[in-house]
Structures are given as structure tokens and as C-alpha cells.
Design a protein around this ligand. Sequence first.
Ligand code: COA
Length: 266
Amino acid sequence: MASKYDNMSFENLLVSTDNGIRTITINRPDKLNALNKKTVQEIGQAIAQASAEPALKGIIITGAGPKSFVAGADISEFIGLSPAEGMKMAQEGQRVFQSIENCPKPVIAAVNGFALGGGCELAMACHLRVAATNAKFGQPEVNLGLIAGYGGTQRLTQYVGKAKSFELHMTADMLTAEQALQMSLVNYVTSPEELIAKCVGILEKIATKSPMAVAGVIASVNAYYEEGVDGYKKEIEEFGKCFATEDFKEGTAAFLEKRKAEFKGK
Ligand code: COA
């Protein structure tokens, strides 16, 4: 099932849809898929489009070529920026990455090589991460006299804890896929050949559940990390909202009738 949004006028993204799963591929392989401003903007557009398509089951974000997911923000665009321009760049990156985190559909990063700086931050903004055995994760900004700006100091701390986050940001050390798995930074490690199939398998499994409930899970888990938001209250609200959905009626009826639920996402 293709979509009208497939490969529509993006300069640096390839977008395709297969059986209700949207794959967004960052496509600057000769720059190891470094995120220039245009690419960040296009990721925002692609996520907004995907969020608004009821038929989509979920989204995979990956990088073009065999070597790199995303090797960071495009360093060539940093030259000559003022502090105010640097802040604007970080604000825009954070806005787009938050839109991934808040996407009501499941988003999986298929990490097929270097996930450094903004690439590690992009992967961390996704709900789940599957890493190929050749994946490398790191926040090497201190090598450039910089720090992470697209949410990396916050999300890495959330995933691996304060001590390891300090270490990784301050030493710029890279993690292998296996180390990232041990630290719960990634959900699974696969061979490069099996990477996309593993992501598709996870999204197919989630697609058998209620899309309304899955969106409630995303909103509630995210609330744990939101400044000034009581996650327990958010969970109460989202739990209550479920009772107004057709999915809830279908899910409970199917259980009592001993049949498989057919959710419509309403
Ligand atoms: N921004 C801009 N260009 C980048 C880039 C980035 N973050 N990462 C890689 N590239 C470019 C290189 O400049 C090179 O371009 P060129 O062929 O026109 O010279 C091309 O991608 C290939 O990279 P190269 O360094 O030759 O590959 P490598 O295999 O020797 O090294 C890395 C791979 C990832 C270790 C190395 O590219 C690197 O350290 N990149 C920067 C990582 C980083 O600091 N990211 C955080 C940015 S805030």
C-alpha cells in the first residue's frame, strides 16, 4: 500500500510505505546522513504527515547506506553561528525531535551504523531503537567545543542514568550495539540484514493492538518526563479516555466472545 506522501518533494529524505508501515530514510549517504537544517525541517514535515494518516501502523526511521544512521548535525553549518543562532538551531532541533517522541504512532529507529551527536539524539527521540551489530552510539560534541543541543543531555540521562550520561557526554566515547543493549539504550540488536525486518515485526505486533490505547501509552509514558506534569494524573486521564473508544468496546467484546479483536483505531 503506497501513500500519496511517498517520496514527495523531499530533498534529503526517502519516504516509502509498505503494508501500512512508513519508512523515513535520511538520505545524505556521502555525508554519512549528517543532519543539516533542511533535513531536520523535512523530518518534522514527514512526522507531521505520518501522524495525520489514520491508516499508518507505525514509522521506521533509518539512514541511507551501509555505514551510518546519522553521524550528527552537519558540522559545516555551525561555522560562524552566534550564540543566539546556536540557540535557535537547538530550539528547532528539539521541537522536531519532540514531535517524534510525541507522535501518537509507534516510531522505531533502525540504527544501521553511526548514531553520533544529533544521530544518537534522533534515535533517542524514537520510542524504540533496534541496532544493527555495526551500530555505534555516542555524543562526541565536546570534541568540537560543543555540547548536545537536540535533547541529548536529557534523553541519554533518562535512558542510561546520570553517571553513564556524564561519562559519555564528557569523554565522547562511543558505545557498540552490544554495550548500548546492556545499558537499555537499545531494545534489540540484529544483523544488518535483519534490521528492518525486526523493526517491521515489532510494528506488526503493535498493530494488532488498539491504536487508541497505544497512543495513550505513548502520552502517559512521555508524561513521566515532562516538566510540571503529574504522570499519574495523565495516566488517569488517558485510562478514562479509553472507555469512550470503539476499540475498548471491541477489545472487551472480543475477549468475552473468545475471538481476536479487530481494532479500528477509533
Ligand atoms: N557533519 C558534516 N559532515 C560530516 C559529518 C557531520 N557530522 N560526519 C561525517 N561527515 C562527512 C565528512 O566530512 C566526509 O565528507 P567529505 O567526504 O566531503 O570529506 C563524509 O561525511 C565521510 O566522513 P568521514 O569522516 O570521511 O568518514 P570516516 O569513516 O572516516 O569517519 C566518523 C566516520 C563518523 C567517525 C566521522 O565522520 C566523524 O567523526 N563525524 C563527525 C561526528 C560528530 O562529531 N558528530 C557530532 C556533530 S555535533
